[in-house]
Design a protein around this ligand. Structure first.
Ligand code: ZN
Ligand code: ZN
Length: 202
């Protein structure tokens, strides 16, 4: 794997700016991969790695950058927990580690770079050098990844009996005896504006 500085430069380029989240995300990922025995995440080991992130903030881009895992490849899943944590899984061995960024690190950063007044820049610089144990807590965990969440071809495609959209990857639900998409089951996050639909529903 590349060095920390090389990985940070790459994640900064992809993310669009350098920030504490990039430092945290890169260091977290390097430490986690070492613990689960993944040496070449974008090469020889790319089919062995699966990551669950628990927040959609800066560090998530760094995790994606270092691991090469992504939503599109179905090797990165987002659990909307709002916790600065991620679980890294070695699919071959089943070994998994959950890494949580410690809240205490924010204050501890003052001990490393007291000369930097700006809090965010101080955290960024301190996070580069702080010991892993001050930055993170690590848990060995077990995870059961459903087959329908794994990479590869969709298990099935079914049509929603209400709106007509096609649903892949077993995300359909049963409602009043019919098979429906999640939107029609009550999870719709949008409203279709009148007169704008280019195809009429079935
Ligand atoms: Zn950022
Ligand atoms: Zn539907």
């Amino acid at each position: 794997m590349e060095t920390f500085e090389e990985l940070l430069a790459e994640s900064t380029r992809i993310h669009g700016h350098i920030c504490a989240g990039q430092v945290i995300g890169v260091r977290m990922t390097i430490a986690a991969l070492e613990r689960i025995g993944i040496r070449d995440p974008k090469g020889a080991d790319r089919k062995k790695l699966y990551v669950m992130v628990e927040i959609d903030r800066c560090a998530t881009d760094a995790i994606q950058s270092v691991t090469g895992c992504s939503l599109g490849k179905r090797t990165l899943r987002w659990f909307d927990f709002g916790i600065m944590a991620a679980t890294f899984v070695n699919l071959e061995t089943g070994r998994a580690v959950r890494v949580v960024a410690r809240e205490e690190a924010r204050d501890l950063s003052a001990e490393y770079c007291p000369e930097i007044e700006d809090k965010y820049r101080r955290q960024l610089e301190a996070y580069r050098v702080m010991p892993l144990t001050e930055l993170f807590s690590f848990q060995e965990v077990g995870v059961q990844i459903p087959v329908s969440d794994m990479p590869g071809r969709p298990i099935r495609r079914v049509q929603c009996s209400q709106c007509g959209d096609w649903v892949q990857d077993c995300r359909e639900q049963q409602l009043d005896g019919g098979t429906v998409c999640r939107a029609c089951a009550g999870l719709r996050y949008y409203t279709v504006l009148p007169g704008t639909s280019s195809t009429s529903p079935i």
